[in-house]
Design a protein around this ligand. Structure first.
Ligand SMILES: [Zn+2]
Ligand SMILES: [Zn+2]
Length: 456
């Protein structure tokens, strides 16, 4: 560890209690995407108490502040997510919600970074700016609620980062870093890990539409929407053998409840799913096949299906040079033997950090300290020191490595990076075209049907 790194460690240790306290406070106040007002208010007060001036998103949670070193140079964004999940069966759920993905720990670490950067000498030797940003709604859930927000003109996108991107939060930002928690087993002796990236996704709502009737007395007058949905799932399952391994497709429809009674033929059943894959092209290709399967299933029952597709997350590609820099920083902090960065591993889940990596070099690595299954009812934080305190230190190591020496390392990474889109706005416009709402099966008066399931 260099003297400078030791100084960063001391700066974080000096404010460590704030990280511990905020981790517990945020854990106890979970709210789902675009409703994280408790966390937003709490963090706003904490940041302002540290002397920061914040730019708020306003009608959704989320804010940023810029820390100017006073010397020209690149701008690095460090983010902390705010949102929890609906998981009422978790023993510590609050109003049916829990931070069972550990995003509260990111926010606690971000607050720690903010406090550490107020310590004497914290910015010494660095150039450019550090933008600290809280972000809402990483988890792609509650599609009906988000669609209502969209219709009300509050949001354009279902994911927080691209929504903030549209609002200019990433304008002028050159490079991005964040840390997610991980449930690495303590006996594995791994404190930090990373993969090459994550799948992207499209969001899908499938409303199967039938006709209600007495289930015992007059089933011949009904059209069973539930059976149509089951056929759709069967067709999708049969299509799985056509998915190519290289694309890492994931389709996992969940029935969102039936508004019915046992003696009524169900006239409606809603499925929600992501269609996930490694590239946007693969997502679009398989999405068409899945939509066709749903339309065919509905047709076979004489039912209808309303297909709603929404942009989800872009695939996340971690910049390999930045990833190596983060790996070295983690190794400097905890020892290289406690760091496992896999440059070939790919994660089939998705994150809206992917949208960020489409326009600037970025890396999201993992800090250990969680236990149980991520998104499961046994999820717990077991080591705040690793999960939050070490996370804050590692991210500050990365910031220092990028922005010291006149920002030479950051400038090199930025120069070698090839963005998928020339600007945040270009990404926003491209993703916007994925929006589709269609009645996929239209019957005429004679019972003939027209199928219409794609817009790309
Ligand atoms: Zn999650
Ligand atoms: Zn997460």
């Amino acid at each position: 560890m260099t003297n400078r790194q030791q100084q960063i460690v001391n700066n974080v240790d000096a404010i460590k209690q704030l990280i511990y306290d905020s981790e517990r406070w945020l854990w106890a106040h979970p709210q789902t995407g675009f409703t994280e007002w408790d966390a937003n208010t709490y963090l706003t007060e904490q940041f302002e108490a540290l002397g920061y001036t914040l730019t708020q998103a306003g009608n959704v949670p989320g804010f940023y502040t810029d820390i100017d070193t006073g010397k020209p140079g690149p701008t690095l964004v460090i983010m902390g997510e705010l949102d929890a999940l609906d998981i009422a069966n978790h023993p510590e759920s609050v109003n049916g919600m829990t931070h069972c993905c550990g995003h509260h720990a990111q926010a606690a670490a971000l607050l720690g970074i903010a406090a550490a950067l107020k310590q004497p000498g914290a910015l010494d030797g660095m150039c450019g700016k550090i933008r600290l940003m809280t972000v809402p709604a990483e988890e792609m859930i509650q599609l009906g609620f988000r669609e209502q927000l969209r219709k009300d003109g509050i949001i354009t996108f279902f994911a927080g980062k691209i929504e903030l991107m549209k609002r200019g939060f990433f304008d002028g930002v050159d490079i991005a870093v964040m840390v997610h928690g991980n449930n690495t087993a303590p006996e594995a002796n791994i404190d930090f890990s990373c993969t090459a990236g994550n799948n992207g996704c499209i969001m899908k709502t499938l409303k199967f539409k039938g006709r209600s009737a007495h289930a015992g007395g007059y089933p011949h007058l009904g059209i069973n929407a539930q059976y149509a949905a089951m056929l759709g799932m069967q067709a999708a399952n049969n299509l799985r053998e056509t998915f190519q391994e290289k694309d890492i497709i994931r389709f996992h429809p969940v029935a969102m409840g039936v508004n019915c009674a046992v003696n009524i033929i169900p006239d409606e059943l809603v499925l929600e799913s992501h269609v996930r894959a490694k590239t946007l092209a693969a997502i679009e290709f398989e999405n068409k096949k899945l939509n066709r399967a749903m339309a065919g299933a509905a047709l076979s029952m004489g039912a209808g299906v309303e297909i709603s597709d929404r942009p989800g997350h872009s695939p996340a590609f971690h910049d390999p040079t930045l990833m190596k820099l983060a790996e070295d920083c983690c190794g400097d902090l905890v020892g290289a033997d406690r760091v496992s960065f896999d440059y070939n591993a790919w994660m089939s889940g998705t994150t809206d950090f992917g949208d960020v990596t489409q326009i600037m070099p970025g890396v999201q690595f993992f800090a250990s300290g969680e236990a149980g299954i991520v998104h499961g009812i046994d999820f717990q934080v077991i080591d705040v020191e690793k999960l939050c305190v070490n996370s804050a230190k590692a991210q500050l190591f990365v910031a220092d490595a990028l922005l010291s020496n006149d920002g030479a390392t950051a400038k090199e990474i930025i120069a070698n990076y090839k963005p998928a889109y020339p600007s945040p706005q270009a990404l926003v416009e491209t993703v916007d075209r994925l929006i589709m709402d269609k009645d996929a099966v239209i019957y005429d008066a004679d019972g003939n049907a027209t199928i219409d399931f794609q817009n790309l």
